[in-house]
Design a protein around this ligand. Sequence first.
Ligand SMILES: [Zn+2]
Length: 317
Amino acid sequence: MPVKRGRIGVVRATRDAYNRGQVHFTGRTSLPELPEVETVVRDLRPLLIGRRIASVRASRLSLRLPWSRRWNPALVDRRVERVSRRGKWIVISLEDEHYLVVHLGMTGQLTVVPQQSLLAPHTHLRFNLAGKESQLRFRDVRRFGSASMFAGRAALEEFFQRSALGPEPFDLDRTYWRNKVVQTNRCLKAVLLDQRVVAGVGNIYADEALFAARLAPIQLGRQTAAGEADRLRTAVVTVLRRAIDQRGSSIRDFVGGSGLKGRYQDEFRVYGRMGMPCVRCRAIIERIRLAGRSTHFCPRCQAPGQEPPVAGRGAGV
Ligand SMILES: [Zn+2]
């Protein structure tokens, strides 16, 4: 596999490997996760809903999934009705059941800007919006992101079925989650990262949720008590909600749909803090490789048999 040197870390990846979920990351790399995608969706809603697409321009470079020029006329003159999220996919619903589905990949940015604003390098798609002279732009330096169009609800549903996405973290049924956790030989970190079990949780928020729940990332699912599984479910939701409130984390190229950055990176308790003292107990935060990803944890707070966090003290500390 080719080795590409990134700005922050080293990535050994091909787009095919990324498609198969076999990308291996070293160093400080991360992808937009659920809170970042939700931030883009919330930013785009007031800027897109009710607007009509006037024209479409695509660059010649291919994204992870190729953009078909046949889709351009199908999008033109259609009005945006909804902007929503499914896992890490952004779904822009247009009139007559036409859907524009975007994945940010590693470095994707989906923003609405004035038509006259300078065109940044690596802008692959431009959708002129009728009326206010603004433009929806998809920019992606590394081109692991994608944009596709689907005509008809059935085609959209089929696409998500092929992706085998699990339930949203906010909709996790307690029994479903307990079963998924306690019936597996995999470690808790791997369970959290499995998009078929729960959609949208990636490396950063998996580490932060495990710290908040005071569970070791290396702990095996089958060694986990039902109460611990419940604690983890609560921690995932709390951490994700707090991150959404802070507009997600900007540690690579992430910006929201309005171009503003996120602030949650300032609240990380363990992620990216190896060698630094734990905010709760002052032990030194460690980093190991687990489930193919770098994993950050406090060896004291997250040692086996820890007391559950005290209610009302917040998820982080
Ligand atoms: Zn600690």
